[in-house]
Design a protein around this ligand. Structure first.
Ligand code: CUV
Ligand code: SF4
Length: 630
């Protein structure tokens, strides 16, 4: 293993502090400063007991004023806020999925977007009962795209993807009346329910929260993942690097940030174009480096090995290096702060989507029809900006780690084929993984997901929990900014096997995998849902019986709550390190941490002490093992 060493959070913080010094020099604002200005947070907001859904308010619940003007109590207000939060997240993921379906609809063998994984398209078409025989693959793509788009608004029936779940799970959903119907309907119904004078009963609000979440995870997000694979290729293990050191001082640095691979794929395509590289050289650079931030980074890392500059709370650092020619964004999780910040440097902050328009940005509207020419324009703009760099402001922390990423479900099943002792052929199934778990070589699995949040020391929870889990022979699958935290630390380097317990280490060696497996972006948590479904089917167990839990220790976005709801609703206990603004209602707390178990066999645990949160997960995994006698 030689000189492998994790990058510590302390080292990352030191690098950030050095960058903040540059920021101070040019008078830049930073989230670290704004957090101080916002502290302490509003107590009513924090507890979820402020209501402003009608103009008689805003109403705030206190011991002296236990009801709003309409008579709604704390439980109703917290419940409505929770459902609205979920609906925001479900809408966001699902709309991303919808954009991908539109891109698929525009796929053209002679155009910018091609079908890179026709096999997967045919597999899904068969699953959906669509005739594939003798059909042109692009005709099929368009037909499937249209069918997928219908899932958003169809008047009758439930989501097609639900059939991928084990029958038991489907029955639970049916009996609890939480099978998601049309995706947009669940979002709209949620907003209807939370309108003044509709639902104020926690039970009903929680039920709809699960349903809207499922419309995301087993609807919109699954469309996003599956059709992104069809368009851009299903991820396979690929080597990359992570952390700010992936930026190259001698090159034009383009950073892609956001979520929708339709944009980032095209930018990567053009940054690789010999004509563009020559153009960069003509501007005095040695070449072009594209790196990523947030989930779009996960998308292009998994498919192209594009390095990851950082995760959510590192987005400002990218500009603070003084070496970023352009930060190109599409949608979601983009700090409006990037506008004014980029003005302190030579950086071009390029917004591209009508969905995410921000002051102090250059808006280059991107759409599938003009993708190629706009991507080229963006790359050229970045190249031309190289000469505007202020050399005395350039500082790129010399900090990066190797990572192997790209563990889609398809890839995972394939790499694990090697670790079975089975006499019968179990290739192409999850059985080898099950064998490792039942024999106890691996104790279980944790899905680590979600964002950073200044309420938790950034990256610390992700990294420390993962270290403890793998040391306890618990394999980690990660996505989103959690996956990037792991990659930045070095936990996705195959050498990290040496930090594992003996069992997991052996599996990592046999399968030649890192102990923390990169499964993709946030919409790709749908991959994890299919994985647990396959594990349940292959083992004959219920999903809720598998020694598997989910965890979002540093989450912050509405999307994360939507995810939490569908992960719980899929039968997976979910552990949160940040409270979803429900502490103001004992009834809501009871429903989420216990009551929902009667419907879906899983529930939330909220614990802001990260060490305790990790111990609780390990305990839960061991309890589940005991319960099934392994
Ligand atoms: Ni979509 S939602 S900060 S980028 S994980 Fe990252 Fe992931 Fe949260 Fe956003
Ligand atoms: Fe107040 Fe009720 Fe209006 Fe909410 S809906 S703002 S609690 S009056």
């Amino acid at each position: 293993m030689g000189d492998f060493k994790l990058t510590t959070v302390e080292e990352m913080e030191a690098a950030t502090n050095r960058l903040l010094e540059t920021g101070a020099k040019v008078g830049a604002d930073a989230w670290q400063i704004r957090v101080k200005n916002q502290t302490p947070h509003c107590k009513f907001g924090e507890q979820g007991i402020c209501c402003r859904i009608c103009a008689m308010g805003p109403c705030r619940i206190t011991p002296k004023a236990p009801r709003g003007i309409c008579g709604c109590d704390a439980h109703g207000i917290v419940g409505r806020n929770y459902l609205k939060f979920t609906a925001g997240g479900a809408a966001t993921h699902s709309d991303h999925g919808r954009e991908i379906c539109h891109t698929l609809y525009a796929a053209d063998p002679n155009g910018a977007y091609k079908v890179k994984d026709p096999e997967k398209l045919i597999r899904i078409a068969k699953e959906w009962g669509v005739e594939t025989e003798g059909k042109d693959i692009y005709d099929l793509a368009h037909e499937m795209a249209e069918l997928a788009l219908m899932e958003y608004g169809k008047p009758f029936g439930v989501q097609r993807w639900l059939k991928r779940a084990p029958e038991h799970t489907q029955k639970l959903w049916h009996d609890a009346e939480i099978e998601p119907r049309a995706i947009d309907r669940e979002v709209a119904a949620s907003l209807h329910m939370t309108h003044m004078g509709c639902s104020s009963k926690p039970e009903a609000l929680v039920r709809q929260s699960l349903r809207a979440g499922l419309a995301d995870g087993w609807g919109g997000s699954m469309c996003g993942t599956e059709f992104s694979d069809v368009l851009f290729g299903t991820p396979k293990p690929i080597d990359t690097e992570a952390n700010l050191g992936v930026m190259n001082a001698e090159n034009v640095n383009i950073v892609v940030h956001g979520h929708d691979p339709s944009l980032s794929e095209m930018v990567c395509e053009y940054a690789d174009d010999p004509e563009m590289i020559a153009y960069a050289k003509s501007m005095g650079a040695k070449g072009i480096t594209v790196s990523g931030v947030c989930c779009t980074s996960n998308e292009v890392a998994m498919r192209r090995g594009i390095p990851m500059a950082g995760n959510f709370l590192q987005q400002e650092n990218v500009v603070l290096t003084g070496a970023c020619e352009a930060i190109v964004v599409d949608v979601q999780c983009i700090f409006p702060a990037l506008g004014p910040l980029s003005k302190c440097f030579h950086t071009k902050f390029i917004t591209t989507s009508p969905i995410a328009q921000m002051p102090d940005s250059d808006y280059i509207r991107f759409d599938v029809g003009t993708a190629a020419e706009k991507a080229k324009q963006i790359v050229m703009t970045a190249c031309e900006n190289f000469k505007n760099r202020k050399p005395d402001l350039v500082y790129i922390p010399d900090m990066k780690q190797k990572a192997t990423v790209g563990y889609s479900l398809e890839a995972l099943v394939k790499v694990l084929d090697g670790v079975t002792n089975s006499q019968v052929d179990v290739t192409g199934t999850t059985k080898p993984l099950l064998e490792c778990v039942t024999s106890g070589v691996i104790r279980g699995a944790v899905a680590m997901v979600g964002c950073n949040n200044p309420k938790i020391r950034p990256d610390y929870a992700h990294i420390e929990m993962m270290k403890k889990l793998i040391a306890n022979d618990i394999v980690v699958v990660a996505s989103g900014c959690s996956a990037q935290a792991a990659a930045k630390a070095g936990l996705m380097d195959k050498s990290a096997k040496d930090l594992c317990g003996a069992g997991l280490k052996r599996v990592c060696e046999l399968a030649d995998i890192p102990p923390v497996l990169h499964m993709g972006s946030c919409v790709d948590i749908s991959r994890m849902m299919i994985l647990v479904s396959e594990l349940a089917k292959d083992s004959g167990l219920k999903i809720s019986q598998l020694p598997v839990v989910g965890c979002a220790p540093e989450w912050m976005s509405e999307k994360a709550v939507s995810i939490g709801n569908y992960v719980v609703a899929t039968g997976i206990d979910t552990f949160l390190g940040v409270d979803p603004y429900v502490s103001g209602s004992s009834e809501m707390g009871e429903w989420l941490t216990n009551g929902v178990r009667d419907w879906v066999e899983a529930a939330y645990t909220v614990e802001t002490d990260i060490d305790k949160l990790c111990d609780l997960m390990i305990e839960r995994i061991e309890e589940k093992r005991t319960a099934i006698g392994i």
